[in-house]
Ligand binder design. Structure first.
Ligand code: HEC
Length: 186
């Protein structure tokens, strides 16, 4: 009996997919990404930080491909920053490499920095400012446990400068856009 054409098609697709991407072809079947053995495994606060990063959406923007891969990204690839620009009246912002940002700060410095963080959109800086100190400390411990990795994200572009793709664009109604344009860029 000859194999069914669909079976052949699936086989060809699997074989044509590099091993590094194959796990992402069937997220439902693959096990959820787990942290490498490190501080997160031993420090309960760091483990809490991993949970917070996962559910507070930090990966949605700061981890490349996180949404596309349905969240099935190993922690070793988390928070390395993204080349996906966020374009709006503020110019273009890029989710930064938090592995490098946090790697460069002491724990107390991170707490002071995030308690008063003001950034461009789409970063929800208001959420971080209101996050309990213990939770911000937990995020710090977890990200430190991952170590520094990756390159700095592209630098933000000022309003009026067209970013290269890929980027997301926020288009406001004209009146609202005019009002926003007058607001100082933070
Ligand atoms: C909707 C997208 C989005 C989400 C969700 C998000 N960020 Fe950001 N983040 C950004 C962008 C874009 C920037 C760059 C802002 C700028 O250029 O001013 C940024 C900047 C930052 C900065 C300041 C720059 C730096 O590296 O020191 C920190 C700290 C930060 N994010 C932490 C977090 C944490 C922690 C979370 C999860 C609780 C998070 N972000 C969730 C998009 C996001």
């Amino acid at each position: 009996m000859r194999p069914h054409p669909i079976v052949l098609l699936v086989l060809t697709t699997v074989l044509a997919t590099p091993a590094c991407q194959r796990g992402t072809a069937a997220p439902a079947a693959s096990a959820p990404a787990t942290a490498p053995a490190g501080q997160a495994a031993t420090d309960p606060l760091a483990a809490q930080g991993e949970y917070l990063v996962r559910i507070a959406g930090c990966n949605d923007c700061h981890t490349p491909g996180y949404a596309e891969r349905g969240g099935d990204v190993p922690t070793s690839e988390w928070l390395v920053g993204s080349p996906l620009g966020h374009l709006g009246p503020w110019g273009t912002s890029y989710p930064t490499n938090l592995r490098l940002s946090i790697g460069a700060l002491g724990e107390e410095e991170w707490l002071a920095y995030t308690a008063n963080l003001h950034t461009r959109p789409l970063m929800p800086d208001f959420a971080l400012r209101q996050m309990r100190e213990r939770d911000r400390r937990a995020i710090y411990r977890f990200v430190r446990s991952l170590g520094q990795a990756g390159e700095p994200a592209p630098k933000a572009l000022p309003p009026g400068v067209a970013p290269p793709p890929p980027y997301l664009q926020l288009v406001l109604p004209e009146a609202a856009a005019a009002t926003r344009d007058q607001a100082p860029v933070r």
